[in-house]
Write a protein that binds this ligand. Structure first.
Ligand SMILES: Cc1cc2nc3c(=O)[nH]c(=O)nc-3n(C[C@H](O)[C@H](O)[C@H](O)COP(=O)(O)OP(=O)(O)OC[C@H]3O[C@@H](n4cnc5c(N)ncnc54)[C@H](O)[C@@H]3O)c2cc1C
Length: 586
C-alpha cells in the first residue's frame, strides 16, 4: 500500500495538516510507505494481524463492485452494510405489507451506465443481470396530442417530430450525430482516473499530459462543442437546435434528472450528456433498460459475483467510525462497539458521513474538510411508486392494452417552462404545484414484480424545497403526490382510479433510511464544480483519500452517480495497485 501512502503524503504535503495526528500520519506514510506501523493514534486501533485484507463500508452497488474486484484479486474481503439488505439506492422492495407480491424499485429505476467492462469482468449475466431495453420517451400533452422519441429509430423519430415541427424533424438526425460525437469524447473519460490538475509534481504532470495527449486528435469544433456542453443550460442548448416547445420539453428531461437546477441553469446541458452516453449493451447510445427483478436485482447480481469471488457480506452491520493507527486506516468500529481490522478500508458512503463523521475533522487536512463541508448535495426529488390495476389509457393514444408508449419513459414534462416553473417554486420554498416526472412502467416487460394483470408505475418527480431532508413533511408529500397523479390523470383519465397502492419516498426518508444526505440521489450534485478532478475534492479524485489505506468508492467520485459501478471498480483498482507497488518495493 505504499503508493497510496506516498500519494496521501504527497497530497498532504501542500496542505495545512490540522492536527499532530494527521501530521504524524503523513510523516509515517512518507517514511515507512508501509501499512500497520506500530503505535496507536486517532481512534485507538488494535495491534496484531488484521482480521481482513479489505473492509468495504457500505453494501450499495459500488461497495459490492469494489468487494468483487478486491476478492477476485485474492484479498480477504468483508462488506459491512448498515441496512438489513444490500443494494443501497439500487433496491427492490415490497413496500405494502398487505400486498407482499407487489415489488417496486423503490429509488433508482432504470439502467444504462454500467459499463461492459464491469459486466464482463464480474460475469454479471451469469449471476442474474438481465436487462430489457426500454421503449420510447412518451409525452402526452394536456392540450392534446403526444410525441414519442426513439433511441434507435431515425425514421420513426422523423415521423413523430414532424407532427410538431418539420424543421425539428430534419434537425433530429444531426442532433443525434452531434451527441454521438460528443459521447465518443466523453464516454472514455468516464473510465479515466482524473489527474491531479494543477499539481506540479512529476507524476501528476505526466498524468495530465497523458490525458491531453490522448485528446490531441480533437479539433477546434469538437473542443468548442464540449465547452458548450459543459457550460450551457439544457434550455440554451436545445434553443440552438430546435423550435418546437414539445420537442424541447421531451429532450430536456435528462438535463434536470436528480439535479437541483431548472433547465435554464448553466451546467444542465452536461447533466443531459451524463444521462445520454451510456448504453445497456445493445450498442444504442443513450438507451436505457429495465433490470428483471428491479434495480435490487442488479445489486444482487453484483453481490453474488462478490461472494463467488470469496467476499463475505454482513448486513445489519452499521459502521460508526474509522479505526486509525498512526494516521493510517486500520479498520472500523461498528455501532455495536465491535472493532474489525483490515489492511485497507474502502468506504462507499456519502462524503459527509465517510469523512466528517467516520474519519473526523481532526484527522483530515483543513482544505479537505472545507471542501467536504462545501459539498453541494441537494436535489428536491420525490419518488412515487404506484401499483396499478390497469395500464394508463391515454386520450391521445387510447387503450389499456399494452402498447409501445407504455414501454419506455412516460413523461410529465410537456414544455421547458413547465419544468422551470416546478423548479422555481421549489427554490422559493414551496413544493411544485405541477411537478415534473420521469415515469416508467417496468412491468411492461418484467412479470416478476407483480401478480398477473397488474402493473407497477414508478414516478421520479421533482421538485420539493431543498431543505425537506430536515423533516418528514408527510402530509405535504401526500398532497404533492396527489397533484402529480392529477397531472397524469389529465392525459390518461383512468389513471387515478387505477391506483391500488402508493408509496412516497421524500428527501427525509432518502437521507435517514438510505444515507443519501440532503436527499441527493448521487451523493452530491453533478454541478460543474463537482465533476471530474473536483469530485469529491481537488487533489483526491483518484479514489484515494487524505488518509493512507482509506479508498473512496461512492457516487461522489468521478463517473458517479448512477448505477454505474465505476467508483467501486476504480477504488478497488487503486487499492490493488498500491498493494502491488508495496509488495514490489518489499
Ligand atoms: C430516487 C432515486 C432514483 C434514481 N434513479 C436512478 C436510475 O434510474 N438509474 C441510475 O443509474 N441511477 C439512479 N439513481 C442514482 C443511483 O441509484 C445512485 O447513484 C447509486 O445507487 C449510488 O450507489 P452507491 O453504491 O455509490 O451508494 P448507495 O447506494 O447510497 O450505497 C451506500 C450504502 O451504504 C450503506 N450505509 C450507509 N451508512 C452506513 C454505515 N454507517 N455503515 C454501513 N453501511 C452504511 C447504505 O445503507 C447503502 O446501502 C437514483 C437514485 C435515487 C435516490
Amino acid at each position: 500500500m505504499a503508493t497510496k501512502a506516498t500519494q496521501a503524503a504527497k497530497a498532504m504535503a501542500g496542505k495545512a495538516v490540522k492536527t499532530a495526528q494527521a501530521a504524524k500520519a503523513a510523516r509515517a506514510a512518507r517514511t515507512s510507505g508501509a501499512s500497520g506501523a506500530s503505535g496507536v493514534s486517532g481512534v485507538s486501533g488494535v495491534s496484531g494481524p488484521a482480521d481482513y485484507d479489505a473492509i468495504i463500508v457500505g453494501g450499495g452497488h459500488n461497495g459490492l463492485v469494489a468487494a468483487a474486484y478486491l476478492a477476485r484479486s485474492g484479498a480477504r474481503t468483508l462488506v459491512l452494510e448498515g441496512r438489513p439488505k444490500t443494494g443501497g439506492a439500487a433496491t427492490t422492495e415490497a413496500p405494502w405489507p398487505d400486498a407482499p407480491d407487489f415489488k417496486v424499485t423503490r429509488l433508482s429505476y432504470v439502467m444504462s451506465l454500467l459499463p461492459p467492462t464491469i459486466i464482463n469482468d464480474l460475469q454479471l449475466e451469469r449471476h442474474g443481470y438481465k436487462i430489457y431495453p426500454m421503449g420510447p420517451y412518451y409525452q402526452a400533452f394536456p392540450e392534446g396530442g403526444s410525441i414519442k422519441l426513439y433511441a434507435d429509430d431515425a425514421k420513426r423519430n422523423h415521423d413523430e417530430v414532424s407532427k410538431w415541427s418539420k424543421k425539428d424533424a430534419d434537425a433530429m438526425p444531426r442532433w443525434d450525430a452531434w451527441l454521438a460525437g460528443l459521447a465518443d469524447v466523453l464516454g472514455p473519460l468516464l473510465l479515466t482516473v482524473p489527474p491531479n490538475i494543477g499539481s506540479r509534481k512529476p507524476r501528476d504532470l505526466s498524468e495530465t499530459l497523458r490525458l491531453a495527449w490522448r485528446h490531441r486528435g480533437l479539433d477546434v469544433r469538437t473542443i468548442a462543442d464540449v465547452t458548450r456542453l459543459m457550460t450551457m443550460s439544457i434550455a440554451g442548448l436545445l434553443d440552438d437546435w430546435f423550435e418546437s416547445p414539445q420537442v424541447k420539453g421531451a429532450l430536456a428531461v435528462n438535463g434536470v434528472i436528480g439535479t437541483w437546477a431548472g433547465p435554464y441553469e448553466p451546467g444542465t446541458a452536461y447533466v443531459m450528456a451524463h444521462h445520454s452516453i451510456g448504453d445497456v449493451g445493445d450498442g444504442h447510445l443513450g438507451n436505457w433498460g429495465f433490470q428483471e427483478g428491479g434495480m435490487g436485482a442488479v445489486a444482487d447480481a453484483i453481490a453474488r459475483a462478490a461472494r463467488h469471488a470469496g467476499a463475505e457480506i454482513r448486513t445489519g452491520a452499521r459502521v460508526s467510525q474509522l479505526l486509525l493507527r498512526n494516521g493510517r486506516a486500520s479498520g472500523v468500529i461498528l455501532e455495536n462497539g465491535q472493532q474489525l481490522t483490515a489492511k485497507v478500508v474502502v468506504t462507499s458512503l456519502h462524503p459527509r458521513t465517510a469523512f466528517l463523521d467516520h474519519v473526523g475533522r481532526a484527522n483530515l487536512p483543513d482544505d479537505f474538510v472545507t471542501d467536504i463541508e462545501h459539498w453541494k448535495t441537494r436535489s428536491g426529488v420525490v419518488k412515487i411508486n404506484l401499483a396499478l390495476a390497469e395500464l394508463p389509457d391515454f386520450t391521445a393514444d387510447p387503450g389499456t392494452n399494452l402498447q409501445e408508449h407504455h414501454t419506455g419513459s412516460v413523461e410529465m414534462a410537456p414544455t421547458m417552462p413547465y419544468i422551470e416553473r416546478a423548479f422555481t417554486e421549489a427554490r422559493e420554498g414551496r413544493p411544485a404545484v405541477r411537478p415534473f416526472s420521469d415515469g416508467v412502467i417496468p412491468t411492461a416487460f418484467d412479470k416478476t414484480l407483480v401478480p398477473e394483470g397488474y402493473h407497477i408505475m414508478s414516478l421520479f418527480t421533482q421538485w420539493v424545497p431543498s431543505d425537506w431532508n430536515e423533516a418528514p413533511h408527510t402530509e405535504e408529500l401526500q398532497a404533492y403526490a396527489d397533484r402529480m397523479i392529477d397531472c397524469y390523470n389529465e392525459v390518461a383519465p383512468n389513471f387515478k382510479s387505477s391506483i391500488i397502492h402508493s408509496d412516497i419516498v421524500g428527501p427525509y426518508e432518502m437521507e435517514h433510511e438510505y444515507g443519501l444526505i440532503g436527499g441527493n440521489i448521487f451523493h452530491g450534485e453533478l454541478s460543474l464544480e463537482q465533476l471530474f478532478h473536483m469530485r469529491p475534492a481537488p487533489g483526491f479524485a483518484d479514489y484515494r483519500t487524505p488518509v493512507p489505506g482509506l479508498y473512496y468508492a461512492s457516487s461522489a467520485t468521478h463517473a458517479g452517480g448512477g448505477v454505474c459501478g465505476i467508483p467501486g471498480m476504480q477504488a478497488a483498482r487503486a487499492a490493488i495497485a498500491d498493494r502491488r507497488a508495496t509488495l514490489r518495493r518489499k
